[in-house]
Design a protein around this ligand. Structure first.
Ligand SMILES: [Fe+2]
Ligand SMILES: [Fe+2]
Length: 155
């Protein structure tokens, strides 16, 4: 039981870091892009920053509720190589693909948490299902953006 709780706290901690790195990456990528076509992406990512921040806070709260300790910033290791600023700030496709990759990573990890907590921890299970729905919505929106670029032969 204690071992499973430790495992779950580790999974929630990973989720917490993923959300915080996504906040950083989305601030970056909602600020840097240039051009007429960038506006939709900028506005969408600005809105997502707030949602991902809310997710990070929910994961932190749940870690505490499960008697874990939310780690400090010195424990953070960045992983989102695919969301670094592109060489050209008009390269919107790079940003769109990076967002899809970040959201897909979150979706995969959150599905694992949902599976892990199934029938064991309904509160975490419920919380992560709700967050998963947000991430699926984010990914779907950016897949739509990518489709538009693909249809025009730009991606
Ligand atoms: Fe999120
Ligand atoms: Fe998201």
């Amino acid at each position: 039981m204690a071992d499973e709780r430790e495992q779950l706290i580790a999974m929630l901690t990973k989720a917490y870091w993923m959300e915080l790195e996504t906040v950083m990456s989305y601030i970056t990528n909602s600020t840097n892009p240039d051009g007429v076509r960038a506006q939709e992406i900028i506005e969408s990512l600005q809105q997502d920053v707030q949602e991902e921040l809310g997710h990070a806070q929910q994961f932190a709260a749940r870690i505490k509720e499960l008697y874990g300790v939310v780690p400090g910033s010195m424990d953070f290791t960045a992983e989102q190589t695919y969301l670094q600023p592109p060489r050209q700030q008009t390269d919107i496709v790079h940003v769109i693909k990076g967002v899809i990759e970040a959201e897909s990573g979150a979706i995969e990890h959150y599905n694992a948490i949902i599976e892990f907590t199934e029938g064991k921890d309904p509160v975490t299970n419920d919380m992560v299902i709700a967050i998963l729905r947000d991430e699926e919505g984010h990914r779907r929106l950016f897949e739509g953006f990518l489709r538009e670029y693909e249809a025009e032969g730009l991606a």
